[in-house]
Design a protein around this ligand. Structure first.
Ligand SMILES: *[C@@H]1O[C@H](CO)[C@@H](O)[C@H](O)[C@H]1NC(C)=O
Ligand SMILES: *[C@@H]1O[C@H](CO)[C@@H](O)[C@H](O)[C@H]1NC(C)=O
Ligand SMILES: *[C@@H]1O[C@H](CO)[C@@H](O)[C@H](O)[C@H]1NC(C)=O
Ligand SMILES: *[C@@H]1O[C@H](CO)[C@@H](O)[C@H](O)[C@H]1NC(C)=O
Ligand SMILES: [Mg+2]
Length: 581
């Protein structure tokens, strides 16, 4: 598991443009990956008394013969700007409500908020506003209004379904005219991978006016607030129809290849095609939506499918900007490309239990600091890598911090902050919050400043957990999220290359982090990120859009100027949005 933070289910293809030497090195680790997958599944299962293998199928007798028609030309589909998206969301809401009154009364709203408390909703942003050194992401009124409109659609659709969403799905409900997107995960994905895949799914759902749901097996809804007023987003709490686990899931979900075959028949055969696809799994074996997902023509057909499931573990949001049908509205919605930050802060808020931990950390260690430094150090290969590189990592963090005036030298006379306004305080307070499974950086920095304190500056070093091994469970996720958000309050953030944990902190915080150079052969100590956006690791770099000759077989990044290769230090094979803030 050298390069990635997740355990894929299988290894069927390599992205075009990736040298085969790289792939074969990866193949060696498949056996390890698979056994880790099995182990993780094994440890997850006992926590659920109603594991689905013991459940009968919901409707073994039902023969799903209902069909819809795939037209011979791609259905008209284009959202040129934010007003058009708002209109589309309103239209979807109107159709879903069938003329019923859908106002959300003040009383109902109050009651919902009482039943779904979420302190972070009001308390998170003010903590970002406390930072005095970095400039925060500018508020985005267009995004706020799109999100509000989406919340209404979500609420009205779940109300229209009335009863149980799983029943509705399993019986191929068609009474609401609503469409749904379920975000699942590939087994074994860590919190960062899970959430980044979900953020991508949410943006896609909003663009296509689908109700965004999260599969319970991800364990993620349990650590977050219910984000959509008047409604919920948890799907399949008993894992009855979740593709990874439900026996006979073929009954419920088709795979994307089946769907593309039908699309091809319609478009090439010149005859409308009867389709019976009700639930569609859109991702490929490599934990992200397959190549043809990123084509406007295919997307216009996706719109006809009531349920789409993305069982991902990669952050694929950047590539949504490469789909011509979505690009204009996305550029209008996020001119600064800070989609990740806005989505995280609107919909991925920590539950009150997690918030209490964040609030503790912030009040005790960060609130009164003049300068906050966050450092995330991850040793991907665990103790083996730690033993080999940890001294090097400490040296590089210190060197990078000194060179960039982020920390004072031991025994320094002046204040290291270059901003003289801030530095003119009698005693300058710097708090360094460290997230790592190992204590060595904490201990080393702590000793340095205690033995040889700077004259005008207090430096406190905080690390709240040290666990040595990464586990995959609910408690681990809660603590991970608390630490991710604590890191995101930093003015200066150091992260480990390739780490989605660090990436989440940079996303929440709207920060341009410094990547700690952890390559033993390198000369450098660190490199500043080129963007707030996280790297979409191992994407497919080439369009495969048979019905769009101007794009087909072209290099994706050549078509979108603000979509760039990730820094080689971060990820050799990846793309990301270049933000400007
Ligand atoms: C699709 O939209 C375009 C422009 O809005 C219009 O000219 C065309 O007739 C539409 N096609 C269909 C099949 O509705
Ligand atoms: C220094 O910090 C003050 C207080 O936050 C801020 O107003 C000022 O713009 C900063 N100056 C520079 C040069 O960054
Ligand atoms: C919904 O399904 C029923 C059969 O279960 C079918 O008769 C009806 O035409 C369908 N309605 C729509 C709008 O597809
Ligand atoms: C790492 O070093 C410690 C202390 O020297 C040693 O006990 C341990 O076995 C080493 N672990 C690995 C995986 O090399
Ligand atoms: Mg990580």
């Amino acid at each position: 598991m050298k390069a990635l933070e997740f355990v894929p289910r299988s290894f069927k293809w390599a992205p075009p443009g990736v040298p085969s030497r790289y792939v074969s090195a990866k193949v060696v680790s498949i056996v390890v990956l698979l056994s880790v997958t099995a182990l993780i599944l094994f440890t997850l299962v006992p926590r659920y008394s109603a594991f689905p293998s013991s459940l009968p199928l919901l409707n073994p007798e039902i023969h799903y013969e209902e069909t819809f028609t795939l037209p011979v030309s791609a259905p008209n589909f284009s959202i040129p700007d934010v007003p058009a998206l708002i209109t589309a969301l309103q239209r979807a809401t109107a159709v879903a409500s069938e003329g019923r009154d859908t106002t959300f009364s003040r009383k109902a709203k109050l009651q919902w908020h009482q039943e779904h408390p979420c302190r972070a909703r009001a308390e998170l942003q003010p903590l970002y506003n406390l930072r005095r050194i970095v400039e925060d992401a500018a508020p985005n009124a267009k995004w706020e209004s799109v999100f509000k409109e989406y919340e209404t659609l979500h609420r009205v659709c779940t109300q229209s379904v009335g009863g149980d969403l799983v029943d509705y799905f399993a019986t191929r409900g068609n009474t609401t005219n609503c469409r749904f997107l379920v975000a699942g995960i590939a087994p074994g994905a860590g919190l960062g991978n899970k959430m980044l895949s979900m953020v991508s799914g949410l943006l896609y759902a909003i663009l296509t006016q689908r109700v965004f749901l999260i599969a319970a097996d991800t364990l993620v809804p349990g650590i977050l607030c219910e984000p959509f007023e008047g409604s919920q987003w948890l799907f399949d709490p008993q894992w009855k129809v979740t593709p990874e686990y439900a026996p006979g899931r073929q009954q419920y979900w088709e795979n994307k290849d089946e769907f593309y075959k039908e699309v091809d028949s319609a478009l090439r055969g010149g005859e409308p095609v009867k389709s019976s696809i009700y639930g569609l799994v859109a991702n490929d074996e490599w934990c992200q939506p397959g190549q043809r997902f990123f084509c406007s023509t295919e997307q216009s057909y996706y719109n006809l499918v009531p349920w789409v499931y993305i069982n991902g573990c990669f952050y694929f949001l950047p590539k949504l900007f490469a789909i011509p049908a979505f690009r204009p509205v996305l550029e209008d919605l996020f001119p600064d490309k800070l989609a990740l930050t806005h989505l995280l802060r609107s919909a991925f808020l920590p539950s009150d239990e997690v918030w209490r931990r964040i609030d503790q950390i912030h009040s005790l260690y960060l609130r009164n600091a003049d300068r906050r430094v966050g450092i995330q150090v991850r040793y991907r290969d665990g103790e083996k890598e730690f033993n080999i590189t940890h001294k090097l990592i400490i040296d590089r963090v210190v060197k990078c911090a000194l060179e960039n005036h982020i920390l004072p030298a031991a025994g320094a006379k002046g204040v290291s902050d270059l901003n003289q306004t801030l530095a003119s305080k009698p005693r300058y307070q710097t708090s360094v919050f460290i997230a790592s499974l190992y204590p060595s950086l904490h201990d080393s920095l702590g000793e340095t400043y205690i033995r040889n304190p700077p004259e005008m500056e207090d430096v406190s070093i905080i690390q709240v957990t040290r666990g040595k091994e990464q586990h995959f469970n609910d408690e681990e996720d809660k603590q991970a999220l608390a630490e991710i958000i604590s890191l995101s309050f930093a003015d200066y953030l150091f992260v480990t290359p390739l780490s989605t944990f660090g990436g989440m902190a940079q996303g929440y915080g709207a920060l341009l982090p410094w990547f700690i150079d952890n390559r033993p052969t390198s000369e450098g100590s660190c490199q500043r990120a080129q963007t707030v956006d996280v790297c979409y690791q191992l994407p497919q770099f080439i369009y495969n859009c048979p019905y769009e000759p101007d794009l087909d077989k072209q290099w994706v990044m050549s078509k979108v100027p603000y979509l760039k290769d990730c820094l080689p230090l971060d990820a050799k094979y990846g793309m990301q949005l270049i933000t400007r803030n």
